[in-house]
Design a binder for this molecule. Structure first.
Ligand code: FES
Length: 104
């Protein structure tokens, strides 16, 4: 069944920045935009790159550091070439300054 897993402290994620973390055996990327936390897979679906090394654009997109493809951090949708396969996005919540992601 679904549950919540603690992945990082809220203050560990820089504003308008990213933090790599792990949820069970999955490498995830956490984002903070205007105080809101978002989470997706950290591995780009186009190649061997970690999205946590990329830049947040327009407040809702992550630009891959390797070939500048982009994903929507809210949905994981691939929105810019060469990325065509979506990444997973995760529901996040903050409780007591701790970030939790929902497992499925
Ligand atoms: Fe991410 Fe190519 S590896 S766009």
């Amino acid at each position: 069944g679904a549950g919540w897993i603690a992945v990082a402290g809220y203050e560990e994620v820089p504003e308008d920045g990213t933090l790599a973390s792990r949820m069970e055996d999955v490498s995830v990327c956490l984002y903070k935009v205007e105080g809101e936390i978002y989470a997706t897979d950290n591995q780009c679906t186009h190649g061997d790159a970690e999205l946590s090394e990329g830049l947040i654009q327009d407040g809702c997109l992550i630009e891959c550091p390797l070939h500048e493809g982009m994903f929507d951090i809210r949905t994981g949708k691939a929105v810019s070439p060469p990325c065509t396969r979506d990444i997973r996005s995760y529901e996040a919540k903050v409780e007591g300054a701790v970030i939790y992601l929902r497992t499925s």
